[in-house]
Design a protein around this ligand. Structure first.
Ligand SMILES: Cc1cc2nc3c(=O)[nH]c(=O)nc-3n(C[C@H](O)[C@H](O)[C@H](O)COP(=O)(O)OP(=O)(O)OC[C@H]3O[C@@H](n4cnc5c(N)ncnc54)[C@H](O)[C@@H]3O)c2cc1C
Length: 418
């Protein structure tokens, strides 16, 4: 982008119309734009670039992966939980295969540690059976129902009555993954532009006009004056991959009918770590039966063998559009949330000591369903739904979005380019 950037926010003088201001904003035609440099946006940019397209990634943060992509469990999911034939199921299974292959080829730190999904009392066994059936229907190989004694032999600190062993589950260093994808994309004519925010867009004929502003200007914004872009980009193809902000941004594309934009909700998930990091009590990922809104407070390992517990589910109100574009969500982990963690963890790890937990970090799930509603699938929205050629919106890319990222990218690039 040659014109980045001019003056920040300009107010309209009385004899100036909004139209005239827009006419005076510099414009550039570009081939493909991906908005958002999280793992999904980066993977989409790489996929488009590998197919020979020139890609510009616009990211409001100061670097890639500062949103949900660096605030998750870093688990490579096998694809067990999701409803049959859902996008989550299909992309998780395919994405997991692609991810293991990618990590091996590009030396990305990862480990197929395996996972135990545990029933801690006999009343949970029917749910465990359902989960196993889902997994089998989704095409997840090598799942095995094992009795409690076998599971507790594998993990002596574990307490359970039955478990599903999922040998295909693993962990990945998400930062190394993103770094590698960014490098590959850049080697194939992709440009990453940081500190730049898309604040909206409009259609002129069939052309999408994207409104761009330097993120710094939003920080200086008084919250009331009209924001005007400093640059208008006119891409042939556009992917809205802005994670938590995707519905809010879509609402600011004036030509997009509001009916096609799903309602958005947010569910924060907090993690706690162990204060005594000397000896990790577990070697596998340990998951309880899923709860409303999440997979339950589980045990995740990092590649150094250290464990963390989480994430829990706390439904929170969103922030306004402009704050969400700047990732101004509340990621604080309050120490008092540990009170709910102790009993949840002790249901499968009874030897957890008092005062053993320390606040870790938090991430926020971009939900499309309210508390108590059935989970909603990933929404990948193209021209057939919204009628705008060349635009793909990615909504509700919550877990297993990291695992599924390469498969989503493959699907989006094929949909746009054939
Ligand atoms: C607590 C938690 C645990 C999870 N655990 C797992 C797991 O173990 N395994 C798994 O597979 N998945 C997991 N996930 C899901 C996974 O992390 C996400 O699906 C994935 O990271 C989403 O990536 P993304 O690129 O869509 O979004 P993000 O990483 O949020 O990227 C969106 C980017 O868009 C930018 N942006 C926003 N608005 C604008 C704008 N207007 N202009 C320009 N840029 C903008 C943001 O700054 C951000 O960088 C978890 C999620 C959560 C919340």
């Amino acid at each position: 982008m040659k014109h980045l950037f001019g003056n920040c926010v300009r107010s309209m003088s009385s004899n100036e119309t909004g139209r005239r201001i827009m006419d005076s904003v510099p414009r550039e035609k570009v081939d493909c734009v991906v908005i958002g440099a999280g793992v999904v946006g980066i993977a989409v940019a790489r996929a488009l670039a590998l197919k020979g397209r020139e890609v510009l990634v616009i990211e409001s943060g100061s670097t890639f992966g500062t949103g949900t992509s660096s605030r998750n469990s870093e688990v490579i999911h096998a694809g067990i939980y999701y409803p049959r034939d859902s996008l989550k199921a299909i992309f998780c299974v395919r994405g997991r295969e692609m991810l293991y292959e990618y990590c091996s080829m590009h030396d990305i730190p990862h480990k197929q540690v395996g996972k135990l999904i545990v029933a801690t009392r006999s009343s949970e066994i029917p749910k465990l059976n359902d989960i196993l059936n889902h997994g089998i229907q989704n095409g997840v190989d090598s799942l095995e129902m094992i009795n409690g004694a076998k599971a507790m032999k594998m993990e002596p600190e574990l307490q359970c009555v039955k478990a599903i062993l999922s040998p295909l589950s693993g962990i990945v260093d998400s930062h190394s993954l993103m770094l590698s994808l960014v490098g590959e994309a850049e080697n194939h004519r992709t440009t990453f532009t940081y500190n730049s925010t898309v604040i909206g867009g409009h259609l002129e004929g069939k052309e999408i006009c994207l409104h761009i502003l330097e993120t710094k200007c939003l920080k200086e914004w008084d919250g009331t004056s009209i924001l005007h872009p400093e640059l208008i980009l006119v891409p042939k193809l556009l992917v809205n991959s802005t994670g938590l902000s995707a519905p809010a941004l879509a609402k600011r594309f004036t030509s997009l009918q509001s009916e096609v934009i799903p309602p958005s909700y947010y569910a924060r998930g907090c993690y706690f770590t162990l204060s005594d990091t000397k000896a990790s009590p577990f070697r596998h990922l340990i998951y309880p039966i899923p709860e409303d809104g999440g997979l339950g407070v589980h045990v995740t390992l990092d590649l150094n063998g250290q464990i963390k517990f989480g994430p829990d589910v706390e439904w929170i109100d969103g922030v306004d559009d402009i704050s969400s574009f700047q990732n101004k969500f509340d990621y604080s982990v309050h120490a008092n949330r540990a009170e709910q963690f102790y009993p949840a963890i002790r249901s499968y790890y009874p030897n957890l000591k008092d005062r053993a937990l320390e606040p870790g970090y938090a991430g926020i799930r971009p939900k499309l369903s309210r508390p108590g509603q059935s989970p909603v699938d990933f929404v990948i929205q193209g021209e057939d739904i919204h009628g705008i050629p060349g635009l793909v919106n990615l909504f509700g890319i919550e877990s297993p979005g990291l695992t599924a990222s390469l498969a989503i990218a493959d699907f989006v690039s094929t949909r746009l380019l054939g």
